[in-house]
Design a protein around this ligand. Structure first.
Ligand SMILES: Nc1nc2c(c(=O)[nH]1)N[C@H]1C(S)=C(S)[C@@H](COP(=O)(O)OP(=O)(O)OC[C@H]3O[C@@H](n4cnc5c(=O)[nH]c(N)nc54)[C@H](O)[C@@H]3O)O[C@H]1N2
Ligand SMILES: Nc1nc2c(c(=O)[nH]1)N[C@H]1C(S)=C(S)[C@@H](COP(=O)(O)OP(=O)(O)OC[C@H]3O[C@@H](n4cnc5c(=O)[nH]c(N)nc54)[C@H](O)[C@@H]3O)O[C@H]1N2
Ligand code: SF4
Ligand SMILES: [Mo]
Length: 724
C-alpha cells in the first residue's frame, strides 16, 4: 500500500443491520469495501448493497451544492443565498398563514444519521408547526404505540432473542432480504442456521413464500390483514387449553382476565375461513409455541402496514407475555444499548401532545400526523392548509399512499425546501435543495438501531473520505436552518443561544460532544464520575471494530422502580380494537375478481432511493407483479406479458410474473419504483422506472389507533394488456 492508502472501519448505514465494514481508501477514493470479520456484532456479514456506499459517493447525479429551481432549470447558488431564501420564505408563510402552514416530512435515512437525530429538536422548535410528518407513520408507529400502551415508552420495544431462542414465530417480515427491522440482526441466514443447530424451529406466516419462508421449518400462507385474527386465536388456545406459563413478569401484569375475555370469541374454528389457515393448524401452532423451551413471536412491516397494526403488535407482545416468553433468555427481550433512547426521553422529560388532523380528524401520534393525510392537508384549501414544506431525507412522492395526490400537493406548494442530495420524484418540486455530505464523508454512530439490537454492542466510526470544500453535513444544515428561522422570527430562546455558539465554532454542542455526553450518561457509561470505569466516546474511537457489551439480559427483574411499571393487558384501546377485529370474522373470500396486493423488497434495493446505484438495477426488471397461476388462468393472463392493475384510486400497468410463491387471491408488487418523472435528475433510476405501488395505495384507509398507512392488502382488479 502506498502512504496515501489506508483501511478504515465503518458501519454501513444503509439498512438496520448496521454491518461492520473495512473500507480501503487510496488518496481520497474508495478502492475496496469488505466485511469486517472482527466486528463483534455483524461477525463478517455483508450484503450486495454495501458497494452502493461507493457508487453513491461517485454518482455524478448526486448534488454537492445548493440549487434553486428557475424557469430555465436548476441553478447552483451559494449556501448563504440558499439559507436566506429558505428562512425568508418559510417564515413569511408562517406569518401570513400561521405556524401550521409550514410542514416537515422526515424520511427514513435520518434515523441512520445521529447528527440529524440530535438536531431535529431545535429545528422543530424553531418552526413550531404541528404539521409534522415522517416515514414512521408509513412504517413502525404501531410498534411504538404498542410499547407505549404496554411498557410506557415508545422506544421500549422488545426484540426476539434470536441468538438463543428455540422457536421463532415470524409474521410479516422477511429478514433474509430486509436484513431485519426492529430486530437489528446482521446475517439472519447464519443466525437461523444456528437456531437449527440448537434444534430450534422457525415458523413463518406470510401471504408470500418469501426467501425467509423458504428456509423455515414451516410456512403458513395467511390472507393479508388477518394477522390479528390469527394472533387472537393463538391467545384463545393458550387460555382455553391452560398453556399459560408464569415467570417473573407475572407479578407486574394487570388485566389478564380482561384479555382472556377479549379473545374468547376468536376460537380457531371461528377465524380459520377469514384467516385462510385451517383451525387444527392454528391450534397446533399455539401448542407448539407454548410448549417450546423458549419461544419468541415477532412481526414487522406485514403486520404494521395493516388496518390493525397496533393491535397486531400488541397481541404479539401479549402472546410472548402469557406464554412466559417475555423478558427471558430466548424470548422477547429489551436490548440494553449504550444510549437508551427510552431512558433518554424520560430524562429529558419528553412529552407528546395528541390532536386530530385538520381535514379528516385522524389521530396524531408522537407529535406527528399520519403521512397518509399529507396529500389532503396540502391540497384541501382553508385555514391551516400546508403551503410551505421542508423535507428532510424523505421521498413521500413514492413512499406515501396516493402518490398522484402527493405529487399534486407538492406541485402546488408556495415554497418547498428539500434537504437531500438527489433531484427525485419529491425534490423535483422543491424551490431550493440543500444537499448534505454522503455517509462516507461523515462519522457514524447508529443511535437508533443499537436500540433494537439482538446483542448489545456500541460502535463509532469516523469519516472515510474528506468531504469536498464548501460542502456541509446534515447536522450543519439543520442547525443553520433552525438558527436562521429563529433569527427571522426575532425569537430569543436557549436553543438559539446554543445554536449560535455552535455556529461560532464552539465544539461544546457538536454532535460528537453530544454523543459523548449521552454515552457517559447511559447505562454503560461512567456517569461523569472520574473514579468510575465506563464507556466514553474515546473508548469507542480506540476500539475501531466496536465494543461488545454482552448478550441481552432480563430487564424487568431489576429493583429500579422504572423497570417495575405495571403491564396492563386490559387496555380499553385494545378491547375496542378487538371488538373491531371481530367484525372481520365474517370477511371470507367469495367470488374472486378482486385480489389483495401486498408489497415486497429486493436484496438490492432500499426503499425508493437506491435505484441510481448501478448495482440496484443490474439484471432483469424487479418491479413485476407476481400473480398465482390459478388466478392468472382464471383471469386469462396466461400469455400476457403485462397486466393492468386497478385499485379504487388508480390504474397502472406492470410486467407480469406468474408464480405460486404467492397464495391464491394475493398479488405482490415491490414499492419504491415509479421513476422517470419529468425534471428529476437520476439518470440510472429513470432508465429503469418501474411503477409506483403507492399510486394504487388508498390514502383514505388508515389504521385506527395511530393512523398508520395501510400499504398491504390493497384490493385490486387485474386485466391482461395486449403487446402494445
Ligand atoms: N407500498 C409501500 N410503501 C412503503 C413501504 C412498503 O413496504 N410498501 N415501506 C415504508 C417504509 S418501511 C419506509 S421506511 C418508507 C420510507 O420512506 P422515505 O423515507 O420517505 O423514503 P426513502 O425511499 O427512504 O427516501 C429517502 C430520501 O432521503 C434521501 N437521502 C438518503 N440518504 C440521505 C442522507 O444521508 N441525508 C439526506 N438529507 N437525505 C438522504 C434520498 O435521496 C431520498 O430522497 O417507505 C414506506 N413506504
Ligand atoms: N433490501 C432491502 N432491505 C430493506 C429495505 C429495502 O427496501 N430493501 N427497507 C428497509 C426498511 S425501511 C424496512 S422498514 C425493513 C422492513 O423489513 P421487513 O418487514 O422484514 O421486510 P418486508 O419485505 O417489508 O417484509 C414484510 C413481509 O410481510 C408480508 N406481508 C404483507 N402483508 C402481510 C399481512 O397482511 N400479513 C402478514 N403476515 N404478512 C404480510 C410480505 O409478503 C413481506 O414478506 O427493511 C429494511 N431493509
Ligand atoms: S445488510 Fe444492510 S448494513 Fe449490512 S452491508 Fe447490507 S445494506 Fe449495509
Ligand atoms: Mo422502514
Amino acid at each position: 500500500m502506498s502512504p496515501a492508502s489506508r483501511t478504515i472501519h465503518k458501519t454501513c448505514n444503509l439498512c438496520e443491520a448496521t454491518c461492520g465494514l473495512l473500507i480501503d481508501v487510496e488518496e481520497n477514493s474508495v478502492t475496496k469495501i469488505r466485511a469486517d470479520k472482527d466486528d463483534p456484532f455483524s461477525r463478517g456479514h455483508i450484503c450486495p448493497k454495501a458497494i452502493a456506499l461507493k457508487q453513491i459517493q461517485e454518482d455524478p447525479d448526486r448534488l454537492k451544492y445548493p440549487v434553486r429551481r428557475t424557469a430555465k432549470g436548476w441553478e447552483r447558488i451559494s449556501w448563504e443565498a440558499a439559507f436566506r431564501e429558505v428562512a425568508e420564505n418559510l417564515v413569511r408563510i408562517q406569518r401570513e398563514h400561521g405556524a401550521d402552514a409550514v410542514a416537515t416530512y422526515l424520511g427514513n435515512p435520518a434515523a441512520h444519521n445521529f447528527g440529524m437525530v440530535f438536531y431535529l429538536t431545535p429545528l422543530y422548535r424553531a418552526l413550531a408547526s404541528r404539521n409534522r410528518y415522517s416515514a414512521s407513520s408509513l412504517d413502525q408507529n404501531p410498534a411504538h404505540a404498542a410499547s407505549l400502551l404496554l411498557f410506557g415508552a415508545t422506544m421500549r420495544i422488545p426484540v426476539p432473542d434470536i441468538n438463543r431462542t428455540d422457536f421463532l414465530l415470524m409474521l410479516g417480515a422477511n429478514p433474509v432480504v430486509s436484513n431485519g427491522s426492529l430486530m437489528t440482526a446482521p446475517g439472519f441466514r447464519k443466525r437461523l442456521a444456528e437456531i437449527h443447530e440448537r434444534g430450534g424451529r422457525l415458523v413463518v406466516v406470510d401471504p408470500r413464500r418469501t426467501e425467509t419462508a423458504k428456509l423455515a421449518d414451516s410456512h403458513l400462507f395467511i390472507r393479508p390483514g388477518r394477522d390479528g385474527l390469527l394472533l387472537a386465536a393463538l391467545l384463545r388456545v393458550v387460555f382455553s387449553e391452560k398453556l399459560t406459563r408464569k415467570n417473573h413478569v407475572w407479578k407486574l401484569i394487570d388485566g389478564l382476565d380482561a384479555l382472556e375475555r377479549g379473545v374468547e370469541r376468536f376460537e380457531p374454528e371461528a377465524v380459520a375461513a377469514s384467516v385462510g389457515i385451517p383451525a387444527d393448524q392454528i391450534r397446533q401452532l399455539a401448542r407448539d409455541f407454548a410448549a417450546a423451551p423458549s419461544a419468541a413471536c415477532y412481526g414487522r412491516v406485514g403486520v404494521c402496514l395493516n388496518p390493525f397494526g397496533t393491535l397486531n403488535v400488541w397481541l404479539i407482545c401479549a402472546l410472548n407475555i402469557v406464554t412466559g416468553n417475555f423478558d427471558r433468555v430466548g424470548g422477547a427481550m429489551f436490548p440494553a444499548p449504550a444510549i437508551d433512547l427510552a431512558d433518554l426521553g424520560e430524562q429529558l422529560g419528553a412529552k407528546t401532545e395528541n390532536w386530530k388532523t385538520r381535514v379528516r380528524g385522524a389521530p396524531s401520534f408522537n407529535d406527528e400526523q399520519p403521512s397518509a393525510c399529507l396529500a389532503e392537508e396540502m391540497t384541501t384549501p382553508g385555514e391551516g392548509q400546508i403551503r410551505g414544506l421542508l423535507t428532510l431525507a424523505g421521498n413521500p412522492a413514492l413512499s406515501a399512499p396516493n402518490g398522484t395526490e402527493i405529487d399534486r400537493g407538492l406541485a402546488g406548494l408556495d415554497f418547498f425546501c428539500a434537504v437531500d442530495f438527489y433531484i427525485n420524484e419529491t425534490t423535483r418540486h422543491a424551490n431550493v435543495i440543500l444537499p448534505p455530505t454522503w455517509s462516507l464523508e461523515h462519522d457514524n454512530y447508529e443511535v437508533v438501531f443499537h436500540q433494537f439490537a439482538v446483542h448489545n454492542t456500541a460502535k463509532y466510526s469516523r469519516e472515510v473520505l474528506t468531504p469536498a470544500r464548501g460542502t456541509r453535513h446534515d447536522w450543519q444544515i439543520l442547525i443553520e436552518l433552525a438558527l436562521r428561522i429563529f433569527e427571522h422570527k426575532e425569537q430569543r430562546s436557549m436553543a438559539r443561544i446554543g445554536l449560535r455558539a455552535l455556529r461560532a465554532g464552539s465544539a461544546f454542542f457538536a454532535p460528537r460532544r453530544l454523543l459523548d455526553w449521552a454515552l457517559r450518561n447511559g447505562r454503560h457509561g461512567d456517569g461523569f464520575r472520574p473514579w468510575r470505569r465506563g464507556l466514553r466516546l474515546g473508548d469507542l474511537e480506540s476500539q475501531r471494530k466496536g465494543v461488545d457489551l454482552g448478550p441481552l439480559e432480563p430487564f424487568l427483574s431489576n429493583a429500579d422502580p422504572a423497570r417495575n411499571r405495571r403491564i396492563d393487558l386490559g387496555s380499553p384501546v385494545i378491547a375496542q380494537e378487538l371488538r373491531r377485529l371481530a367484525e372481520t370474522l365474517t370477511n371470507v373470500p367469495t367470488g374472486q375478481n378482486e385480489l389483495m396486493m401486498i408489497g415486497r423488497r429486493d436484496p438490492r434495493t432500499n426503499n425508493s432511493w437506491l435505484h441510481n446505484a448501478p448495482l440496484a438495477v443490474k439484471g432483469p426488471n424487479r418491479c413485476t407483479l407476481i400473480v398465482h397461476p390459478d388466478d392468472a388462468k382464471r383471469l386469462g393472463l396466461d400469455d400476457a406479458k403485462h397486466v393492468s392493475i386497478r385499485s379504487r384510486i388508480a390504474t397502472r400497468t406492470a410486467q407480469l410474473t406468474i408464480s405460486d410463491e404467492v397464495m391464491p387471491g394475493v398479488v405482490s408488487l415491490p414499492h419504491g419504483w415509479g421513476h422517470g418523472a419529468e425534471g428529476m435528475r437520476m439518470s440510472i433510476a429513470s432508465a429503469h422506472p418501474g411503477i409506483n405501488f403507492n399510486d394504487l395505495a388508498d390514502d383514505s384507509v388508515i389504521e385506527a389507533v395511530v393512523g398508520n398507512a395501510v400499504l398491504n392488502g390493497i384490493p385490486v382488479v387485474l386485466e391482461a394488456v395486449g403487446p402494445e
